[in-house]
Design a protein around this ligand. Structure first.
Ligand code: GLC
Length: 484
């Protein structure tokens, strides 16, 4: 007996687990993939650079209005249930009658995404409100049970028909399930927070069983799923403890070996999160926590070599549709954001919030068409490119591609047109081979000077948002500190 106690004491001193396996590592994949396998799995995603995010659920029909009054002009109206502190029955009674998807809505989304130049579409299969857009046998708060439709199937088929990759956003937070034990976290939101459970005690493991069953349906019933976009965890409630996260990821990978997952089942520095703020990401990610990190509504100041990342962003200030939010970003902001992100080696996941009938707000359609028109002419400077070799450029941004034979193609995105028409690539020592405008192909002069390479642009910008010049150089970029 005494020996056992001593042994247990020694084991705990050494950090060994005596009973439950470590919450951080239990269930982590036993055979990690090689870097080459991982690169192959991530290849399409890294090449894509631009995706469409869709937030759509019961909140979309409410449109930011509760009992006839606007809940706010800005901020995420997919959180309306939490904003008005409604219990799930009151919320569903108000919202369900307003959620009326018209036939064919999904084809319109997919066409819009395609026209905008998006290569993938990630949509909410279930948001925090808990309503599933699929036909789930695990419960009755879903489109199958309430609308006799499988909206996930409709959306997946529409994406496939347009040749888009498709991803499932899935909220692990659930404001509907009667066993979701919201008192376990001080940080995660819930409309009834601070109040006792209306149904007495809750057994959170029953909610987790339900979560796993629903995710199992999602990865089993719709063919290949390209992305699983989890949302989200808190420092005080996350991972294996909160969601049996490693088991969940293993189950998903067993069904969909090629799938790409984000890091939001966790919230720790090793998983790329340093705090609770949406900007609280850090440039590290141990692959056992996911494949990419998710700066939200924010573009990092610099790239993150070795870490895959995706900035998700709204077109106005809400993810879910609100009739009161008119703070639309300009086409200039959106296109330059896309360029900026590509120049730092990241992806841009740009959100639409369709209305309760599935139609997309006109302002969003217009902006996406503007991006699409730019991408039609300049997409080559975004897709399949890598981060800029320059730390910063006064006049704009740069992306690059390797050329066969060891040379490099630089794409120079000019935001601020130089008065003398000359753009300087400071400190670039490579020999310029040839230069041209991407749109139209007009030849440009490029010369090596004392302070780097100088490209002479036309007197007037052909595209005031971002005109792209293509410069081929000998070898891989070599940059020294410019003289002066
Ligand atoms: C947040 C919000 C949410 C939104 C998401 C998108 O975590 O809770 O409403 O879906 O981020 O990144």
């Amino acid at each position: 007996m005494r020996q056992t106690i001593l042994l247990l004491g020694l084991m705990s001193l050494l950090g060994c687990q005596t009973t439950a396996p470590s919450l951080k590592t239990s269930g982590a994949p036993s055979k990690p993939e090689s870097p080459a396998q991982r690169d192959a799995r991530m290849a399409w995603w890294r090449e894509a650079r631009f995706g469409m995010f869709v937030h759509w659920g019961l909140y979309s029909g409410l449109a930011g209005t509760w009992e006839g009054k606007p809940v706010g002009k800005t901020g995420g109206m997919e959180w309306i249930q939490q904003r008005v502190k409604a219990d799930t029955d009151t919320y569903a009674a108000a919202a369900l009658p307003k959620f009326k998807p018209t036939p064919g809505f999904a084809r319109k989304w997919a066409r819009l995404a395609k026209e905008a130049g998006c290569r993938y579409l990630v949509f909410t299969t279930k948001h925090h409100e808990g309503f599933g857009l699929f036909d789930s046998k695990a419960g009755d708060y879903n489109a199958g049970a309430k609308l006799h439709r499988d909206l996930v199937k409709e959306i997946v088929e529409a994406c496939r028909a347009e040749g888009l990759r498709v991803g499932f956003y899935h909220s692990v937070i659930d404001w509907h399930h009667d066993q979701y034990a919201y008192a376990k976290s001080k940080q995660l939101p819930h409309p009834l927070k601070g109040k006792p459970y209306p149904n007495g005690e809750r057994d959170h493991s029953k909610y987790v069983d339900y979560l796993h069953k629903q995710v199992n349906e999602l990865v089993s019933n719709y063919g290949p799923v390209d992305v699983l976009w989890w949302d989200y965890s808190a420092q005080d409630f996350q991972g294996q403890e909160a969601w049996r996260a490693f088991d969940l990821m293993n189950m998903v990978r067993a069904k969909q070996p090629a799938i790409i997952m984000n890091n939001r089942l966790f919230r720790s520095p090793e998983a790329g999160w340093s705090g609770m703020g949406t900007e609280g990401y850090i440039p590290t990610l141990d692959p056992k926590y996911g494949d990419f990190i998710t700066p939200e509504q924010h573009i990092p100041a610099t790239g993150m070599p070795g870490v895959d990342w995706e900035t998700c962003m709204t077109l106005n200030t809400t993810w879910g549709y609100s009739e009161h939010d008119h703070a639309w970003k300009s086409d200039e902001t959106l296109i330059r954001n896309l360029v900026d992100i590509a120049s730092k080696g990241g992806n841009y996941l740009l959100n639409i919030g369709p209305k309760g009938d599935g139609s997309v707000p006109e302002e969003s359609v217009k902006s996406l068409h503007a991006i699409g028109a730019w991408m039609k002419k300049n997409g080559e400077s975004i897709y399949g490119t890598q981060a800029s070799p320059f730390a910063s450029l006064a006049w704009g941004r740069c992306t690059q591609k390797k050329l066969a034979g060891g040379n490099t193609r630089l794409y120079l995105h000019v935001f601020d047109w130089p008065k003398d028409s000359k753009i300087v690539l400071p400190g670039l020592t490579n020999r310029p081979l040839k230069a041209r405008l991407l749109d139209g192909g007009r030849r440009l002069d490029a010369t090596a000077g004392e302070n780097g390479v100088v490209v002479v642009m036309p007197a007037i910008a052909s595209d005031p948002i971002a005109t792209v010049a293509v410069l081929d150089i000998a070898g891989v970029p070599k940059i020294v500190k410019p003289v002066k």
